[in-house]
Design a protein around this ligand. Sequence first.
Ligand code: NAD
Ligand code: LMR
Length: 347
Amino acid sequence: WRAVKLRPRRRPWRRAGNRVVAQAGSYKVAILGAAGGIGQPLSLLVKMSPLVSALHLYDIANVDGVTADLGHCNTPAKVAGFTGKEELAGCLAGVDVVVIPAGVPRKPGMTRDDLFGINAGIVRELVEAVADHAPAALVHVISNPVNSTVPIAAEVLKRKGVYDPRKLFGVTTLDVVRANTFVAEMKGLPLADVDVPVVGGHAAATILPLLSKARPKTAFTGEEVEALTRRIQNAGTEVVEAKAKAGGGSATLSMAYAAARFLEASLRGLDGDGDVYECAYVQCQAVPELPFFACRVKLGRDGVEEVAAAAAELRGLTEYEARALEALKPQLKKSIDKGVAYAQQQP
Ligand code: NAD
Ligand code: LMR
């Protein structure tokens, strides 16, 4: 495996006779919650992707301004805005990937699980529409608590008879992005070379960076492992607290960057690039007692192509990592069960 960069490998041009013309992207992407803190910068990054031909923006508020604004960028993706439940069908028709950052963010003192009460219903409703109008699309869930919202999405898709576990992802790329940044800073390594797998889930101690598996191979003292692990696990809270002084909210810019990186990787997989690996929270057998687990997966033409690398990565852990993996299991299982129970109780 190797790190995925925010840089498509498809040539941005093609030959037509003796002329060189721009290569048009061919993928359609919908962003649900596109006018929010993550949605807006993410929409801009997706508008800049040469792989995207159409960008559909959906929100319950303020989507017209974002659509008009982005539509003026002279990049090929055609932007269209949709608002209100009755426009969801049009937004989703024919799209290849649906990205969901809709929902409320944390305030200081809250856990991600404290968002369950509001965000569970938002994700359920949106994924029901995805099942009805884009049943073959890849679904990228950003809305927290990811540890529970992804199992909710899976149950909704199952109930609608369109669940394909290869196509449902909880976006945990931000954990990898943070781990790479913090390790590069601490060790004075070139950022572009660093790749740290982060497994488990996306909340507090369920976020488990595997520093022993970092590339390039790097030696860490026990204190460094402890400090890095804590910082990566608490990075979301670090942003929530820093933003509390002015307006509030949680990570939006780094999250938009991370979501754009994961989208680009998924599109490259759909496009037939045979060498695309990313960590994501997916249904898998990497840890048999946890039906969902964030791990490194190979992305291909139908979404997840292989999780073999994940199981291999969980072998040969350090004692610290093995203990942390054991410790996260009950917490993650509880969040998964909570999501499943919620979805199964719905009429
Ligand atoms: P935000 O409040 O700025 O934006 C959310 C947007 O969702 C708003 O525009 C809102 O109108 C919209 N929305 C609400 N209900 C909707 C519905 N039913 N349909 C469509 N749109 C709807 O919040 P944000 O900062 O963009 O964060 C969004 C979510 O992402 C939060 O739950 C946050 O915790 C989560 N998040 C996840 C990660 C991650 O790593 N997975 C990182 C950062 C934030
Ligand atoms: C993050 O990791 O930044 C997000 O999950 C948002 C949060 O609430 O911390």
